[in-house]
Design a protein around this ligand. Structure first.
Ligand SMILES: NC(=O)c1ccc[n+]([C@@H]2O[C@H](COP(=O)([O-])OP(=O)(O)OC[C@H]3O[C@@H](n4cnc5c(N)ncnc54)[C@H](O)[C@@H]3O)[C@@H](O)[C@H]2O)c1
Ligand SMILES: [Fe+2]
Length: 375
């Protein structure tokens, strides 16, 4: 069995300028970003690159409509390399843009068009969440055959960016709310991959545990020193998110992500936040169903990081997370009782790649129970 896949070259730079010089950015390059990231970090550098702002094509997380509009506006013959500078949304769009256009965007996400790489992709994360810079997934909001919107991952190792550049200063402008939800997303990547029953390896565990240590130490600092405490720890946060990405690329995400996708797709809840809404409950259910397995080691690991006993570890973890981001019931996002049934069906129909990594068999009854108890 494969121990780990780290495909892109990993780099770290102090500033965007240092990166631009090292990679000799020029007229053959296309920068995909947001205007509010471009202005403070790139506008003064007199770059010759073509620049595309995601927000010109719609707000929020990538959807098949948004990417289709970007395809229409950005012609492949006008660039050789893509530099995706942004959160998971930007990096995921960059991945699809790096492909040969073998079919419609819908066909690509529904695996009806072939994935053929065409352009070199350089990924620069400006959040500390998705790990998309090292993963083989691009996620978009799509409409399935039943007309329901959900989020779907296009998965192929051919999507992994060839270069990853971590530039911690890019996170300085990230407001606290998306910072917190992205950092929790990264923590969930580390935990889901650690508990992945058949795909976790010794090496993925190494990256996952290190990510948990770094993120939880950062959260502890924020609990003690307030939101501002993150600014002295941005390098660790962006590195931890990358480590968690490496871990879940090997071991996979699971129940939390599977159940969060219909929620995010339907009610446009930010990715990290919709995961967080389910995370604590999923851990509780895992622990109740199979307390003696890997979850015991997980609780010991968390106790080793946070202090306290293994028995109290999940409770202590949830308490720490509450100080970082307030946990809301699903109904505050618009979720209704009748969604329990349709979302459970959607999870089983559309998210099998995640369902199979669940720590305990993920039955429809269990999915419904978790949604109902988070309502
Ligand atoms: N490909 C993967 O492996 C993978 C894994 C998990 C999630 N995802 C996807 O990634 C997306 C979530 O990514 P995310 O959590 O990074 O959020 P995001 O990309 O949606 O960004 C969150 C918000 O912060 C803003 N922002 C980002 N960086 C900023 C900065 N430096 N300064 C100011 N504002 C900034 C964005 O414009 C956005 O409004 C979702 O679409 C999710 O489905 C992908
Ligand atoms: Fe995620």
């Amino acid at each position: 069995m494969r121990e780990i896949l780290i495909k892109g070259q990993l780099n770290k730079f102090k500033t965007f300028q240092e990166f631009a010089e090292e990679f000799q950015l020029g007229s053959e390059d296309l920068i995909l970003t947001n205007a509010f990231i471009y202005k403070p970090f790139m506008a003064d550098l007199n770059l010759k690159c073509q620049v595309v702002f995601q927000e010109s094509f719609g707000a929020g997380e990538p959807s098949e409509e948004m990417i289709t509009e970007i395809f229409k506006a950005v012609k492949p013959e006008t660039f050789e390399r893509i530099v995706a500078v942004g959160g998971g949304a930007i990096m995921d769009i960059g991945k699809v843009l790096s492909l040969k256009r073998t079919g419609s965007v819908h066909d690509l996400y529904f695996k009806k068009a072939e994935v053929v790489p065409e352009k070199e992709l350089i990924a620069i994360p400006t959040t500390c969440g998705t790990g998309s810079e090292v993963t083989n997934i691009s996620v978009a909001i799509v409409r399935d055959d039943n007309g329901n919107t959900t989020k779907l991952g296009l998965v192929s190792d051919l999507l992994i960016p060839s270069s990853v550049c971590l530039i911690p200063e890019m996170l300085k402008t990230l407001p606290y709310a998306p910072f917190a939800s992205s950092a929790i997303d990264a923590l969930i990547h580390a935990v889901e991959s650690y508990l992945s029953p058949s795909r976790a390896t010794m090496t993925s565990e190494l990256y996952g545990v290190k990510a948990m240590e770094l993120i939880l130490e950062g959260f502890r600092r924020i609990r003690e020193g307030g939101e501002e405490a993150r600014f002295n720890y941005l390098d660790e946060f962006v590195t931890a998110a990358c480590y968690a990405g490496i871990a879940f690329l090997q071991a996979g995400c699971a129940t939390v992500h599977a159940m969060s996708f219909p929620l995010g797709g339907t009610y446009h809840v930010p990715h990290g936040e919709s995961n967080y809404a389910l995370f604590g409950k999923v851990l509780e259910k895992y622990d109740a169903a199979q307390p003696e397995g890997k979850i015991m080691e997980f609780k010991q690991t968390i106790a080793g990081i946070l202090g306290g006993t293994a028995e109290d570890a999940i409770g202590n973890l949830n308490k720490l997370l509450e100080t970082i981001l307030h946990l809301k019931p699903l109904r505050e996002y618009g979720f209704k009782e009748e969604d329990i049934e349709t979302f459970a069906d959607s999870v089983l129909e559309n998210q099998q790649r995640l369902v199979v990594n669940s720590y305990v068999p993920l039955t429809k009854a269990l999915i419904k129970e978790i949604y109902a108890e988070c309502l």
